[in-house]
Design a protein around this ligand. Structure first.
Ligand code: ADP
Ligand code: ADP
Length: 231
């Protein structure tokens, strides 16, 4: 169960770069939220705080009743630059998602158990790449690579799925396809999802709820009917 609560979150880099300013919102368990806002609005900073990669200067974010204090096995992230190993197969890449939730010893030895393998295959199935499981990631299209990135996140078996501009580097058709798989994955697994996008048309098609950021402030929080083109 992953309800997310952000309580007056402020993030200042260095002396005076205010990346987030008094951001407050609540995401109920299972909701698919799209973060909108121009470059520099604070979207990546918010996602990095949610992923435990950086901490707020003031205020806090909680998952369920637990304040986030660092990276967590049940929070997975899909990146714009997918950081996959291009020389490895889609399957081997997906499998590495399991490392986030295994013991230190097995992660050092890179040993996967049958449950890990099953989860990686299920994840590839969810993103429509089961037939391409043994294909080298380097030989895949950008959209397919991003779907492998989603499969890797799913193999982590998260409760909260984060994605930072997951389709920013794709052409519109591939972007829409990747978003369709991401939404399907979230729906199938009842995942709470927070996805940043800058394309309002794609956001409108897939989002259930929209949080708009500008200069670190929440300037919009609502459903598709309230969404205007200039968020
Ligand atoms: P977005 O993802 O919406 O483009 P970011 O969260 O990346 O926004 O950035 C918000 C603001 O914080 C910007 O002014 C950006 O330059 C600044 N910023 C982001 N990361 C850092 C950092 N590591 N150090 C200093 N400033 C940063
Ligand atoms: P995006 O716009 O996709 O969020 P950026 O290019 O803003 O990415 O940031 C890429 C990396 O550089 C991030 O790790 C971020 O923390 C860092 N960064 C961004 N802005 C600054 C900044 N003004 N000073 C230092 N680091 C920054």
């Amino acid at each position: 169960m992953a309800k997310v609560t952000a309580d007056h979150v402020r993030k200042v880099y260095g002396e005076d770069t205010v990346a987030l300013d008094d951001a407050t919102f609540e995401v109920p368990d299972g909701e698919f939220v799209v973060l909108l806002g121009p470059s520099g609005a604070g979207k990546s900073t918010l996602l990095r705080i949610l992923n435990g990669l950086t901490s707020p200067t003031e205020g806090g974010i909680a998952i369920g009743d637990e304040a986030i204090t660092g990276t967590r096995a049940d929070v997975a992230m899909v990146f714009q630059m997918h950081y996959l190993v291009e020389s490895m197969s889609a399957y081997r890449n997906a499998l590495t998602g399991a490392l986030s939730r295994t013991s230190f010893l097995s992660s050092v030895l890179t040993r996967y158990d049958d449950a890990d393998k099953e989860m990686a295959l299920e994840a590839l199935d969810t993103v429509g790449l089961l037939d391409e499981a043994s294909q080298r990631v380097g030989s895949m299209s950008g959209g397919q690579q991003q779907r492998v990135g989603i499969a890797r996140a799913l193999t982590q078996n998260p409760a909260l799925l984060l994605a930072d501009e997951p389709v920013a580097s794709l052409d519109p058709k591939a972007a829409e396809e990747v978003m369709r798989y991401l939404k399907r994955a979230a729906d199938e697994r009842d995942l709470t999802s927070i996805v940043s996008l800058h394309q309002v048309n794609i956001a409108r098609e897939f989002g259930e709820r929209f949080i708009g950021l500008r200069d670190g402030e929440v300037v919009f929080d609502g459903g598709p009917d309230d969404l205007t083109m200039d968020v």
